[in-house]
Design a protein around this ligand. Structure first.
Ligand SMILES: Cc1cc2nc3c(=O)[nH]c(=O)nc-3n(C[C@H](O)[C@H](O)[C@H](O)COP(=O)(O)OP(=O)(O)OC[C@H]3O[C@@H](n4cnc5c(N)ncnc54)[C@H](O)[C@@H]3O)c2cc1C
Length: 389
């Protein structure tokens, strides 16, 4: 029988959540043996993670750009909005991976294994990981960000919506962007196959990531449809023709706006983390900050010799608000536009970020609720009367 290697912990998947957990464990002084497994540790720059925070951001050394001013547009309202308490930050996937992997090399108890993972199993004492080469690795616990737990796909989605987007990082031949102002949402009312908007992260006057994002059931069949929208936007907004800019990088993503209740355990001794652990906020797709908050607490529990804490569920009321918004998004483009318009018109950005961070009091929630048209929400509530807490 092949030699079975044993570790204290296995982190399966070295993406955002896996590497964040490894980082907090190493930095917190964890002394056990940790195996990190991923099909590739090669540098990749396919994602740009943005998030807002009031505090010093996690991984502050590698913040690529930050903003305190944004542009928003929907229907007949457009405005420049300012943050007072929050700052919007972005980190590039390549910087994050390089930064964490270089640091982990200083910790001999962290080993990397570059192999495809086939499966996991566990009993009440141990968890096992099987690679595509049929090697088996054992640990007291596995933290995995790769597979949805069995049965999850059979759970019925009430609103099967995904957030899909395509971005082009461009370099223009003249200065056109204001690097101090990112565009959070510039809604495209002409697009009828979902709720769509342009998102712009300007890095310099002549450099920006421009994305076309859609909330709908399915991604667009061809990438060129997203590209066409971006090119039309650059022409209309900045007078840029195709020959006025070079495309330096492309970014495509599909983020689940999943209303199913997440399963914190894959099986006993195997915990789900990251997106498969339900850490994506259903109504927005933002995941970065939730992963940081959770993996740092998880690392603390492990370092303190406690039972590793599973991903905590969001409070019922926030899950319910998400469900109502998903109902509106999947039922009416017109009402969705009105809701987003009123949210950004009648609340400060700080208030909205606080609400989306799920850090508000019930009183603050009521203020946000009071700022949007009631009818779409009443309709959404009438369709969601029997939701279990
Ligand atoms: C393009 C894009 C942009 C995003 N931007 C933002 C943003 O701005 N802000 C935000 O909050 N959220 C954002 N998200 C959402 C979320 O933060 C990211 O998807 C994040 O990477 C999720 O982290 P994760 O650890 O769950 O998964 P991942 O980071 O995807 O990590 C999973 C890892 O598992 C590995 N893997 C998968 N299958 C196997 C296998 N069989 N064997 C071995 N290894 C395997 C992969 O190689 C990968 O490294 C974005 C998502 C995408 C797709």
């Amino acid at each position: 029988m092949a030699d079975v290697k044993k570790y204290d912990l296995i982190i399966a998947g070295a993406g955002l959540s896996g590497l964040s957990l490894a980082w907090y464990l190493a930095k917190g002084g964890y002394k056990g043996d940790v195996l990190l497994v991923d099909s590739s540790f090669a540098p990749s720059n396919n994602k740009t993670w943005c998030f807002w925070t009031k505090e010093t951001p996690p991984f502050s050394q590698i913040i690529y750009k930050k903003w305190r001013k944004t542009f928003f547009s929907a229907l007949d309202f457009d405005a420049f909005l300012y943050m007072n308490e929050y700052t919007y930050h972005c980190i590039r996937e390549s910087d994050f991976k390089e930064h964490v992997l270089i640091e982990l090399k200083k910790y001999p108890n962290f080993k990397l294994l570059e192999e495809g993972i086939l499966d996991f199993s566990s009993n009440k004492n141990k968890a096992a990981l099987v690679t595509k080469n049929s090697d088996t690795y054992l640990a007291n616990f596995i933290f995995q960000s790769i597979f949805n737990p069995s049965g999850f796909d059979k759970k019925k989605l009430k609103y099967p919506i995904i957030q899909h987007f395509y971005g082009m990082e461009i370099k223009t031949n003249k200065p056109v962007f204001d690097p101090e102002t990112f565009t959070i949402m510039d809604f495209d009312e002409d697009f009828k196959k979902g709720l769509a908007f342009i998102y712009v992260l300007p890095y310099k006057e002549n450099r920006a990531l421009v994305e076309f994002t859609v909330f709908s059931k399915k991604p667009l069949k061809k990438k060129k449809k997203y590209r066409k929208k971006i090119r039309a936007y650059l022409k209309e907004k900045h007078g840029l023709n195709k020959e006025d800019y070079e495309v330096k990088r492309k970014e495509y993503g599909e983020i689940p706006m999943d209303d199913r209740s997440p399963d914190p355990y894959y099986t006993s001794k195997i915990l789900n983390i990251g997106t498969v652990g339900g850490q994506t906020k259903p109504s927005t797709g933002y995941t970065f900050t939730r992963i940081q908050k959770y993996t740092s607490k998880l690392a603390d529990s492990i370092i303190n010799g406690e039972e590793p804490i599973p991903v905590p569920p969001s409070k019922f009321r926030y899950r319910y608000y998400d469900l109502l918004l998903l109902h509106i998004i999947s039922n009416s483009q017109k009402e969705s536009l009105r809701v987003f318009q009123q949210l950004f018109k009648n609340n400060s950005l700080d208030e909205l970020f606080e609400f989306l961070s799920e850090d508000t009091s019930v009183f603050q929630d009521l203020k946000v609720m009071n700022s949007v048209p009631y009818t779409p929400f009443f309709k959404a509530i009438s369709k969601n009367l029997r939701i279990k807490s």
